[in-house]
Design a protein around this ligand. Structure first.
Ligand code: NAP
Length: 294
């Protein structure tokens, strides 16, 4: 028998709470990061039923986990079991990263920062003074809208199938960050104008995600204009129909893999205090893509 010493009595734990968790690439990403840095950490997936959420959080606190990620469907529900949620996470309405510090659990949201970091890297610009159209007002839209407003966007036009949700999202940003959000219906005649005047268009809906790869949240490709930056947070497929349409109109098209990567990197940085160099991040990203393709 070969002795495996990769996990010992000194190994500290990280994990992922969600349901389902089987599809997640987070264990591979985080365990590879620990291996790269030589840190004695182990990240484990924890599939949790709703009625056990509170008891699981208490247990993780009791057994001294370093921290954990939270995924669908608990990003909002978990907040009431956390000792201190950051101001940003409260505004974003969800927590995806928890860290234990001196016996207390702190809740963070890295989705917004992950999006911003990925966007800036790929687009070569941030949101200061920019006009933005955002399609969708679901769970992922809220951290993104808050972050874009914090980054100094001039205007955010939100269009969503269910108007009540876009109105609620607009209120969060307008009342807490900056009064820059306007809400549209898909039927509004002025919606096309909002697209035309925008510098950046972001899809935060799940439309176009595998297996529905022939769908796009925007059917009329005249809504895109050459020179615009178009981002789709959907990462499977890496180039959605929405992005292909935008590209065919001369837009710069960017897919959601970078966001997925950086929200994970941000979590790891919060837990360990490590700051990766640009070179390391490039190498890690290359490996990350191969994990996804497996
Ligand atoms: P969610 O909370 O369920 O929200 C879904 C959004 O899509 C809502 O705005 C919903 O509109 C809209 N939508 C769904 N089906 C639609 C349809 N047939 N027509 C028009 N609109 C439709 O989901 P989420 O967590 O925000 O995730 C959205 C997508 O982002 C998913 O594909 C997810 O995989 C992806 N995502 C990517 C990352 C990343 O790191 N890249 C992170 C998070 C999420 P209604 O409000 O009208 O229902």
């Amino acid at each position: 028998m070969n002795i495996d010493s990769s996990v010992t009595g000194k190994t500290r734990l990280l994990g992922l709470i969600g349901n389902p968790v089987e599809h997640s690439v987070s264990p591979q990403l985080h365990n590879s990061l620990s291996l790269l840095l030589g840190l004695d950490l182990l990240y484990v997936p924890l599939k949790v039923d709703k009625e056990n959420l509170e008891v699981v959080v208490k247990a993780l606190k009791a057994v001294d986990f370093v921290g954990f990620n939270v995924t669908i469907p608990y990003k909002r529900d978990i907040m009431k079991f956390i000792d201190d949620n950051t101001k940003e996470a409260i505004l974003m309405g969800s927590v995806n990263t928890v860290k234990k510090i001196e016996g207390r659990l702190y809740g963070y949201n890295t989705d917004g920062e992950g999006f911003l970091r990925a966007f800036k890297e790929a687009a070569g610009t941030g949101f200061k003074g920019k006009k933005v159209v955002m399609i969708g007002a679901g769970g992922a839209a809220r951290p993104i809208a808050v972050k874009i407003a914090m980054d100094g966007a001039e205007k955010i036009s939100i269009v969503n199938r269910t108007t009540q949700k876009s109105v609620e999202l607009a209120e969060v940003v307008n009342e807490n960050v900056a009064e820059i959000v306007q809400v549209y219906n898909f039927e509004d005649k002025t919606l096309k104008m909002a697209f035309e005047e925008s510098d950046i268009i972001i899809n935060t809906t799940s439309v176009g995600m595998s297996p529905d790869i022939d769908k796009s949240p925007i059917e009329n490709i005249d809504y895109f204009r050459s020179g615009q930056i178009v981002y789709d947070i959907v990462y499977n497929p890496s180039k959605t129909k929405f992005l292909a349409d935008a590209e065919s109109r001369g837009c710069k098209a960017i897919g959601g893999l970078g966001m997925l990567f950086y929200q994970g990197i941000n979590s790891y940085e919060i837990w360990t205090g490590v700051k990766f160099s640009e070179k390391d991040l490039k190498d890690i990203y290359k490996s990350f893509i191969t994990i996804l393709n497996k």
